[in-house]
Ligand binder design. Structure first.
Ligand code: ADP
Ligand code: MG
Length: 580
């Protein structure tokens, strides 16, 4: 073949592949346009999961008749003039691609009227070609009707998921935008059925149910943190409610929905040690940053952004979320006296709800429930971080587990994991003066590999804080004079080696996270081991200390410290109650 410049139509269709991946992406572009037009009401109508019809009407500023045709052209936009504008952009659109792309792969009708015009106009485009353009009587605003999506590229239809999945994508998308723009009234209709409808009164919690259902919406924790021109607000799930994937984590940056793995990680890290491994929170968080500190032009669908001060942004998310979580969970010290701490704690979420939501999420990693009559593991919700009831020691089994009784049933406690948790919280809470350390009889020289030495070198202040007395002594050699009290009996070289390994694995950018990891490591080394016989005294002390923890139900690495067999469960198991 010889070289030719592609006809505009073909170029548009190719470009459309990036912007219009599925029906929900059309909805996204059209809703964004309506928001940019300053609409107070946005009405979305969909038929056949968006394959037959997607219609978005708004009461925004409208497009003047003489500009309607040009609006449909590629790279036609009213939102930006120079490339420099990209760094002060306040609108959601700026690429001038959406209408051109969508109309190149469908039959698109654009109807619009501005406030100044007596009448509006209707423009019909099919597969990128203008079919008709005529004046027509309309009220102010714009309606874009997209019929027969992928008409010109039918192969794309084969890449769509099931109708119910595509429909759910649209539901979720509109709900997310409704949350981000609570002052706009949204109405969504799919195949003639009313879906989400929001009051537009600015109250986000009222909108929340559209995204998460009433149950979770009620329990979501509010986040609010402001700092140096940056603001974080929104909602996060309590610790007791988790998901099998990250799909329920949503971030908006300056009003724009973005998919950003790093932001999600910052959120997940804030739940660090409070969630089981492989479980994720649900969250909708809104970040507002100075426009010039965000690069929005990274992705054709505008789904990614780049931050000028990435670490600051992550740290804001992490601390904001952490603070909200801490404020929402019971804090030791303001507990009622011990003898009446017990309150029956029904699971925050019924297992049915959990199941239903898991089934609804396609990529759910949750395995099927165990065989019929052996539900050995309690439902997820029972691993809530809530305070423990008063525990009465029964004894130790296998030199590994401690059995305790409480008014709400039986607790099987993993002594190692529980001790790790106790030490972890003790160290985390320690005042900044540094942790007690144990001087070595003789200073010890430890030689490490060069990369390991570099890692340790960077972390010396932290190590000192945690009770190491350590100083560089040559390029890759350190002199250790003291180690943390907790590590007494462990060889300094091996203690340090363990920490180095942890630094190497650690890809998190945040220092605070590193510190927590170091502590978790130290605790792991220092905690009683499985297989260690404990005296009755020691077992009782462990239970008492565990009761004082803020998050007694998981170890610092997120594994459960205990299994709770409730009276209810026992009764069911023994056939005393219910139909199994
Ligand atoms: P972009 O949003 O990136 O500018 P689009 O292709 O989505 O590009 O839209 C092109 C132009 O058409 C917009 O810049 C805007 O001027 C106009 N437009 C599109 N939709 C609407 C709407 N709902 N109300 C008013 N103007 C609109
Ligand atoms: Mg647009």
């Amino acid at each position: 073949m010889n070289i030719q410049i592609l006809p505009d139509e073909v170029a548009s269709q190719i470009a459309a592949g990036e912007v219009v991946e599925r029906p929900a992406s059309v909805v996204k572009e059209l809703v964004e346009n309506a928001l940019d037009a300053g609409a107070a009401n946005i009405h979305v109508r969909v038929a056949d999961a968006g394959k037959r019809l997607i219609e978005v009407s708004d009461d925004g500023c409208g497009i003047a008749m003489e500009e309607m045709q040009v609006a449909m052209a590629r790279h036609a936009t009213s939102k930006l003039r120079t490339a420099d504008d990209l760094f002060h952009i306040k609108s959601l659109g700026f690429r001038g691609e959406a209408l051109a792309s969508i109309s190149s792969v469908s039959r698109l009708t654009l109807e619009s009227k501005t406030a100044d015009e007596a009448a509006g106009a209707r423009l019909l485009i099919e597969g990128g070609k203008e079919k008709s353009f005529e004046p027509t009587g309309l009220t102010r605003g714009t309606t874009v009707r997209v019929e027969d999506l992928f008409l010109t590229v039918p192969a794309r239809l084969k890449f769509l998921k099931t109708d119910s999945t595509e429909r759910a994508q649209i539901d979720n998308l509109v709900a997310r935008y409704a949350l981000a723009y609570p002052h706009v009234r949204f109405q969504l209709e799919q195949d003639g059925h009313n879906g989400l409808m929001t009051p537009g009164n600015g109250n986000r919690r009222e909108v929340l149910a559209g995204l998460y259902g009433l149950d979770l919406a009620r329990q979501m924790i509010e986040v609010l943190m402001q700092e140096e021109g940056m603001e974080l607000d929104g909602f996060i799930s309590p610790i007791a409610i988790t998901r099998g994937t990250r799909k329920d984590i949503t971030f908006f940056v300056n009003g724009r929905w973005v998919q950003d793995g790093a932001l999600s990680s910052a959120l997940i890290q804030a739940y660090h040690t409070m969630l089981m491994v492989g479980r994720f929170p649900a969250a909708v968080l809104f970040l507002n940053l100075p426009p010039e500190s965000v690069d929005v032009n990274v992705h054709p669908a505008k789904a990614e952004v780049r931050f000028r001060h990435q670490d600051q942004v992550f740290s804001l998310v992490q601390r904001g979320v952490r603070r909200a979580l801490m404020a929402s969970s019971p804090v030791p010290g303001i507990q009622p006296p011990r003898w009446n701490t017990y309150q029956p704690q029904p699971p925050l979420v019924s297992p049915d709800w959990q199941m239903a939501s898991e089934l609804a999420s396609e990529e759910s990693a949750l395995p099927e429930e165990s065989p019929e009559n052996l539900p050995v593991l309690p439902p997820q919700s029972e691993f809530s971080a809530g305070i423990l009831p008063l525990l009465r020691l029964v004894g130790q089994i296998g030199a590994t587990y401690i059995i305790a009784e409480a008014p709400d049933g039986l607790y099987l406690i993993d002594q190692h994991a529980a001790h790790e948790r106790i030490l972890f919280e003790r160290m985390m809470d320690h005042p900044s003066g540094g942790l007690p350390s144990q001087a070595l009889l003789q200073p010890e020289m430890i030689e490490l590999s060069v990369p390991a030495a570099r890692l340790i070198n960077e972390q010396i202040p932290t190590l000192v804080h945690f009770g190491f007395d350590i100083e560089p002594f040559g390029p890759a050699t350190f002199r250790v004079r003291a180690i943390p009290d907790l590590l007494t009996g462990i060889k300094p070289a091996s203690a340090l080696q363990v920490l180095v390994e942890d630094f190497e694995e650690d890809e998190t950018p945040l220092q605070s996270q590193r510190e927590a990891r170091i502590i978790a490591r130290v605790c792991k080394r220092a905690a009683v081991k499985a297989g260690q016989i404990l005296t009755e005294q020691e077992q009782k002390a462990l239970l008492l200390d565990l009761e004082k923890c803020r998050s007694p139900r998981t170890c610092p690495h997120g594994r459960p410290t205990m299994i709770h067999l409730s009276i209810d469960l026992l009764e069911r198991q023994f056939g005393r109650k219910g139909a199994r």
